[in-house]
Design a protein around this ligand. Structure first.
Ligand SMILES: *Cc1c(COP(=O)(O)O)cnc(C)c1O
Length: 229
C-alpha cells in the first residue's frame, strides 16, 4: 500500500493535471483533506508533508482533534450536516463552513461568531441532483438566500458546495457542476469565488467545471471504517 506521502503527491499531481487539461490557472484548486473517522496522527502526518486544510463532518470528533493538534497551524473546514444546537461551536472553532443550507443556520453562525475572529467563511450547500435524502437548498432558492446571507455581518459568503449523486461516467459527473457554476455566475457577485466541488470519485470532472476546493478523503487516507464510531 502506498504511504500517505505518496498518496498526497499523487492527488496533487492529479489536481495539477486537471488544471492544465481544462485551462484552469495552476494552483487555483485547493486540496481539502477530509479526515473524518481518521485519527489525529493521520492529520499530523499529512501536515508534515505540507497539507494545511482539513475537513471534518462530525463536531465532537473535530473538536477532539483540534485539541490534540492545537500546536498545528491548520485551517479547519466543517463540511457535515449542521444542527442548530451546534452552530455556536462551529462559529467558534472553524475557519470555514461549507454546508450552510438555511437562513436560520447562517444567522446563528453570524450572531455566534466571536468578535475577535475574522468573519467566518461560508458556502451554501446546493442539492444539485435534487435528491430528497441529501441536505442542501434547491437551485431556485440560491439567489434569494445569497442576497440575505451576504448581508450578515460576521460571515463572508464565499460560494457554493455540492455533493451530486455519484456517477461513473465523466460527462455525467460534469453536468451538475456545470449547471451550478452557471447559476452562480448569473448572480453577478464577484465575491463568490469558491466552488467546493469534487471528491475522490469525481475530482477531475469537478475541476473541469470550475472547482476551487476539492474535498478528498478516501484517495488520501484510505477507506473509512465507521464501526468504531
Ligand atoms: C466524506 C466527504 C468527502 C470525502 O469523500 P471521499 O469520497 O472519501 O473523497 C467529501 N465531502 C463531503 C461533504 C464528505 O462528507
Amino acid at each position: 500500500m502506498a504511504t500517505l506521502a505518496q498518496r498526497l503527491k499523487q492527488i496533487r499531481s492529479q489536481i495539477n493535471d486537471a488544471e492544465l487539461a481544462y485551462n484552469r490557472q495552476p494552483g487555483s484548486v485547493l486540496l481539502l483533506a477530509v479526515s473524518k473517522t481518521k485519527p489525529s496522527e493521520a492529520i499530523a502526518c499529512a501536515y508534515q508533508f505540507g497539507q494545511r486544510h482539513f475537513g471534518e463532518n462530525y463536531l465532537q470528533e473535530a473538536l477532539k482533534k483540534q485539541q490534540e493538534l492545537g500546536a498545528y497551524a491548520i485551517t479547519w473546514h466543517f463540511i457535515g450536516p449542521i444542527q442548530s444546537n451546534k452552530t455556536k461551536a462551529l462559529a467558534t472553532h472553524f475557519d470555514w463552513v461549507h454546508s450552510v443550507d438555511s437562513l436560520k443556520i447562517a444567522r446563528r453562525l453570524s450572531e455566534q461568531r466571536p468578535s475577535h475572529l475574522p468573519p467566518l467563511n461560508i458556502c451554501l450547500q446546493v442539492n444539485i441532483s435534487d435528491e430528497p435524502s441529501k441536505s442542501g437548498i434547491t437551485l431556485a432558492e440560491l439567489p434569494p438566500l445569497c442576497e440575505l446571507v451576504a448581508k450578515l455581518p460576521n460571515l463572508k459568503l464565499r460560494g457554493v458546495m455540492a455533493i451530486p449523486a455519484p456517477q461513473q461516467d465523466f460527462e455525467q459527473q460534469r453536468r451538475p457542476y456545470k449547471i451550478l457554476y452557471q447559476a452562480v455566475a448569473k448572480l453577478g457577485q464577484p465575491e463568490l469565488d469558491t466552488f467546493s466541488f469534487g471528491m475522490t470519485g469525481d475530482l477531475t470532472a469537478a475541476i473541469a467545471e470550475g472547482s476551487t476546493i476539492v474535498r478528498i478523503g478516501t484517495a488520501l487516507f484510505g477507506e473509512r471504517d465507521y464501526s468504531q464510531m
